[in-house]
Design a protein around this ligand. Structure first.
Ligand code: SF4
Ligand code: SF4
Length: 382
């Protein structure tokens, strides 16, 4: 199935309104991370390497829904950490849907079965199950045996209960195209509504730094996978066709980091979902005060190998809106998987990486200690 027509039409209408209003930068998807705590510790994950005091923080229901309003994007993706560990997640989901948003919850599904009764199927809501390939691939990726089996069982239960279910699959440089293609075939057979696939980002805080893909290998891998499935037409992708064509080396895009603005317990993350180079107190400050030209391919060393959906999907959606005929060839023939690739943006003048993680953690801890001291002082005075 891929993205339902109604969802595509509503997002298209939103993009049209932004273009008509002459907005140069506008959000498409709010990435809401109401917590960093997770019940897994995947080798390629750069989201959970925080001290307990930070892992114990939660964005409240009120702050989460305020972020939905502030941002205004038509789609809200709730990620983490593991969102199902947040006790107010059902209310966040319901609250965002009540505001007319399409809501996706990204989950490793280990707690799904236990929590499913707290949610109701809705065409505005889907579970996106984290599955990085078949049983062997996924269990290796999440560093725990048996996780694939449990996630697939929960996925089937959610489907049986009438939920919309998609999967999100992150690929690394050890991905075997034959196995990835067979896994996509299997997921299609299982009746999932869509597949979201992306190369992994080389998180500086990820324990495994050996298996991230570079740009060249990303393009070769995606061509090899697509060529095993009718040039990609065999599978119901839940993302922009032009973004997948970019992954296959057939398009050149600069990234659009403001397309997927990210709200975490630290604030609005600069510049994107993947990089935390600073935090803005409001969405307005994020959009107006970020030096966007300092980020992206060829501009910043940490962006050099990034071809991740949260940076480039919005670039593809913008092109799809401006040049819809570009999608016709893909719809008819699939993605081109042979012949020369288009040239990429040059990397020679990118500025070197700066490392600010430890400073941010120290600042957050000092803020938390300050708040605790103020609370203790108040209760002693009462
Ligand atoms: S990748 Fe997802 S499931 Fe794995 S540790 Fe990170 S947040 Fe948890
Ligand atoms: S290329 Fe864009 S999305 Fe990727 S890390 Fe850099 S700013 Fe973020």
């Amino acid at each position: 199935m891929g993205i339902p027509l109604l969802q595509m039409a509503q997002i298209g209408a939103y993009v049209a309104r932004q273009q008509l209003m002459g907005r140069k930068r506008y959000p498409l998807v709010l990435m809401l991370e109401p917590l960093f705590r997770c019940n897994l510790a995947c080798a390629g994950c750069g989201k959970i390497d925080y001290p307990d005091e930070i892992l114990n923080q939660r964005l409240s229901l009120e702050d989460s829904l305020a972020a939905v309003d502030e941002c205004g994007a038509p789609v809200v993706v709730i990620a983490g950490g593991e969102p199902l560990l947040h006790r107010d997640l059902p209310a966040i989901v319901e609250g965002a849907m009540a505001k007319g948003k399409y809501v996706t919850v990204c989950t490793n599904a280990l707690l799904l079965e236990k929590n499913l009764d707290r949610y109701k199927p809705n065409r505005y809501f889907n579970w996106s199950i984290h599955l990085d390939g078949d049983a062997g691939m996924h269990d290796h990726s999440v560093c725990q045996d048996g996780v694939y089996e449990r996630a697939v069982a929960a996925m089937k239960l959610a489907q049986k209960r009438g939920f919309r279910v998609t999967i999100n699959c992150t690929l690394f440089n050890n991905a075997d195209p034959d196995r990835v293609a067979a896994f996509f075939d299997e997921m299609k057979k299982q009746g999932i509504e869509g597949i979201t696939v992306s190369p992994g980002y080389a998180y500086e805080r990820a324990p495994d730094q050996q298996h991230f893909l570079n740009r060249e290998k990303t393009k070769q891998l995606f061509r090899a996978i697509f060529s095993r499935g009718k040039n990609g037409k065999a599978w119901p992708f839940f993302q922009s066709m032009l973004f997948l064509d970019f992954l296959a080396g057939n398009r050149t895009y600069q990234c659009t980091p403001w397309g997927n603005p990210t709200r975490t317990v630290f604030g609005w993350q600069r510049p994107c979902y993947l990089l935390g180079e600073g935090y803005a107190p409001t969405f307005k400050a994020l959009m107006e005060e970020t030096d966007w030209d300092a980020y992206g391919t060829g501009r910043y060393e940490k962006c050099a190998d990034c071809m991740v959906h949260c940076g480039f999907e919005a670039s593809a959606v913008r092109e799809a809106f401006q040049r819809p005929w570009e999608m016709l060839g893909i719809l008819l023939k699939g993605f081109r998987t042979s012949g020369p690739m288009v040239p990429d943006l040059p990397l020679a003048s990118q500025r070197p990486a700066t490392y600010v993680f430890n400073q941010q953690v120290e600042e957050k801890l000092s803020e938390l200690h300050h708040h605790k001291a103020a609370r203790d002082h108040l209760s002693a005075a009462e």
